[in-house]
Design a protein around this ligand. Structure first.
Ligand code: GTP
Ligand code: MG
Length: 460
């Protein structure tokens, strides 16, 4: 739903804390009349005479009836999240009280806020750019150290700064070339083509790097899809349970116990991994199990990481090297994990260590050496890149705009090669600028904004 101008002048109200019973609840008002509106129902002090960033104790009343004793926080424009007048009323956390207070404020002239409308106002009033506004939503939904850091970095403008820098350099060139268009009669060149090529190539490298960071950004935000694969009875379900520290999957000595697949999230070193325990891979005549096995193959193709698990007592070298070959052809990072080290033959272990020195030996059943497995898993995600504060793209919309930017920059290069006329060159540069601007919100449409902010919750 796009907002029109009269709606933008409304004073909006919503519950800012979660629905349901709690110790306290915070009801937020934002808009030109937020303070005078609150003042009509608040008894204790004249709120319109108070300083910004102060808290006041009093009661909320509907005529004579006291609804609650509350604390009111005042933020006078422009020193607030939305840059408008903002009032936050902390009430007791009862849904009855919350409803009464909101209804009362609506009766006095406030309008219930749309999803994300507070953040949208903050964006429209220049509090931050679009990428930063989107990071607010990511921050609220972040559930691990890694996703929190990526969102925090984006909200604090790391990503936006990088994009803005790129844009500024391009704008300079675009205007020079457009200036040349005014002098077509004379043979002048304000913008050196060689310099432009150097700049565009530099920009391309940055854009490429941002695009390639998306894989990492995506797994940070949504969890790393990790599959435990291996023969029936290798101990896959036992390993999942051991990592989860709960008995989630059924374990038995009957081969083919897991028929479909079982998924759960595990936080390892601040990163969320989405583990899938699969049906053991083998040629099978059991129809149900066969279905599970084909889903295992699907899961393996969608994984970012595969734990190849085999039973030391039940697998020979030929089989292992065959499996490893297959996995290498799949092209997805995998770890070789040898299970049931507690009851295995030391000679075979030595042979295996020689052939594949990076094998990790564990006992899922006895929970032995699981730490070296988890630290190897973490190494594979290459978090260093991200911990050093490099900008990471986590948002599919940004990824999309960056891919289009890359294409337009490539078009500029082709144009330079083919010595196309200035107006074509200028057009391609403008297109790159357009796509970069979409990320930070210099270029927006009502539909785009509505689409982004409707994904927020009400009250945010
Ligand atoms: N000795 C020993 N036994 C283990 C170990 N890990 C698993 N097992 C046993 O191996 C058997 C098979 O374990 P599961 O976890 O069900 O194996 P799975 O790979 O999930 O098997 P499917 O679901 O049939 O594909 C069970 O009897 C487990 O108790 C281990 O580290 N040592
Ligand atoms: Mg199983």
């Amino acid at each position: 739903m796009a907002l029109n101008f009269s709606q933008k002048d409304d004073t909006i109200v919503a519950l800012a804390t979660p629905q349901g019973v709690g110790a306290i609840a915070v009801i937020r008002l934002s808009g030109k009349h937020a303070i005078s509106l609150a003042n009509q129902v608040f008894y204790g002090k004249d709120l319109e005479q108070q300083e910004s960033h102060t808290i006041h104790f009093g009661t909320i009343r509907d005529e004579k009836r006291v609804i609650d004793e509350v604390l009111v926080s005042l933020f006078v424009a422009p020193k607030s999240f939305t840059k408008e007048n903002v009032v936050e009323i902390s009430t007791h956390g009862s849904s009855y009280i919350i409803n009464q207070v909101i209804k009362l404020l609506v009766r006095k002239g406030a309008r219930p806020a749309l999803p994300g409308e507070f953040t949208q106002r903050a964006f429209l009033n220049g509090q931050f750019d679009l990428a930063q506004a989107e990071a607010v939503a990511d921050l609220i939904h972040s559930d691990s150290e890694a996703s929190h850091q990526a969102a925090m970095n984006q909200m604090r403008g790391g990503f936006s700064g990088e994009i803005a820098g790129l844009r500024n350099q391009l704008i300079h060139f675009a205007s020079m070339i457009e200036l040349e268009l005014d002098f077509t009669e004379e043979d002048v060149e304000f913008a050196s083509r060689d310099d432009l090529r150097v700049l565009v190539e530099k920009l391309l490298r940055v854009v490429e790097q941002l695009i390639s960071s998306f894989d990492l950004g995506n797994v940070i935000k949504n969890g790393v899809p990790t599959v435990i694969a291996g023969k029936p009875n290798a101990g896959k379900s036992t390993l999942l349970n051991a990592l989860l520290k709960e008995e989630k999957a059924i374990v038995s000595d009957i081969a083919g116990t897991t028929r479909d697949f079982i998924e759960d999230e595990i936080n390892i070193g601040g990163v969320i991994f989405r583990f899938t325990d699969t049906a053991g891979i083998r040629e099978t005549s059991d129809v149900l199990e066969a279905m599970g096995v084909s889903r295992t193959h699907e899961k393996m193709k969608a994984a970012s990481l595969i734990l190849y698990l085999f039973d030391l007592g039940d697998t020979d070298m030929v089989e292992i090297s065959k499996d490893i070959n297959k996995l290498e052809n799949l092209g997805i990072p995998f770890l070789k994990v040898a299970n049931k080290v507690d009851k295995s033959n030391p000679l075979f272990i030595n042979e295996l260590k020689k052939a594949y020195p990076d094998t990790i030996f564990i006992s899922a059943g006895k929970k032995e050496n699981l730490e070296s497995l988890t630290s190897r898993i973490l190494e594979l995600v290459n978090l260093d890149k991200f911990r050093t504060g490099n900008t990471i793209v986590t948002n599919i919309r940004h990824y999309d705009s960056l891919t289009r930017t890359r294409q337009s920059l490539l078009d500029v290069l082709t144009g330079l090669d083919e010595e196309v006329t200035n107006d074509f060159l200028a057009m391609d540069i403008r297109r790159s600028l357009h796509f970069l601007g979409e990320i930070t919100g210099e270029i927006t449409t009502d539909d785009l904004l509505a689409n982004i902010f409707s994904k927020f919750c009400i009250g945010k």
